[in-house]
Design a protein around this ligand. Structure first.
Ligand SMILES: O=C(O)CCC(=O)C(=O)O
Ligand SMILES: [Fe+2]
Length: 217
């Protein structure tokens, strides 16, 4: 069971129900950095299919960790950087939700997207074994990953097209699954522990991008 209240702070809504948390913040309430901002219909099914078709037209590479490290025991996925000109509406859409999330949850100083969009394909092939991304944070030790402040994660697949593959966050010791509906966009601080459970059948497509800014202080 997942608790609807955690810690002693303000009420934290269920991640799946989270749209606009502003009304829940008291005047001096601390920012809700230990909650995901989740927007279930950020992309339509047609828009998700457009991105999936684009991913399937690409030669994908094996994914690495934040900072470029190869670690097949922690991350197994096929990935590629998206040429955003091929999905011209996407940047504006993501910016809209990041702005909403940052004003409601995470009043972080942000400067922009320094890395572009990464598309991800997790396959549940019996032969090569399930793809997954074990517990990790997105802030890395080198390059642009050092200044990641918000992680934006989009579910592109319909949940009934794969098995396993839950995207989970861990704020306080409890693994909390985020929404799986096709087109769901989640925003979490890049220091949040999260994982993608092994995809045991089918294919799970997702998109990840990061918003950068000055070092936390
Ligand atoms: O596939 C996902 O939904 C999340 C991917 C992720 O955590 C990452 O690429 O850093
Ligand atoms: Fe991640």
């Amino acid at each position: 069971m997942r608790p609807s209240h955690r810690g002693n702070g303000p009420h934290r809504p269920e991640p799946d129900a989270g749209l606009d948390y502003r009304g829940l913040l008291g005047h001096n309430a601390p920012p809700l950095v230990y909650a995901a901002a989740t927007y279930p219909d950020a992309l339509s099914p047609e828009e998700c299919q457009q991105i999936i078709a684009h991913i399937d037209s690409q030669d994908l590479r094996r994914g690495r960790l934040a900072g470029g490290l190869k670690a097949p025991l922690i991350r197994s996925v096929a990935s590629e950087w998206l040429d955003e000109h091929q999905i011209p509406w996407l940047t504006e859409r993501i910016v809209k939700y990041v702005a909403r999330a940052n004003s409601s949850n995470f009043p972080f100083d942000l400067l922009g997207f320094d890395e572009g969009f990464q598309v991800l394909k997790y396959s549940g092939d019996a032969l090569s074994g399930p793809d997954f991304y074990d517990w990790h944070i997105d802030m890395g030790h080198s390059g642009a990953s050092q200044s990641r402040k918000l992680s934006v994660l989009i579910q592109l697949s319909k949940p009934d097209t794969y098995q396993g593959g839950a995207l989970e966050v861990n704020f306080d010791g409890t693994a909390i699954p985020l929404g799986t509906a096709q087109g769901t966009l989640c925003v979490i601080p890049s220091f949040t522990l999260h994982r993608v459970c092994p995809v045991t059948a089918g294919r799970r497509y997702s998109l990840a991008t990061w918003v950068h800014g000055p070092t936390f202080k």
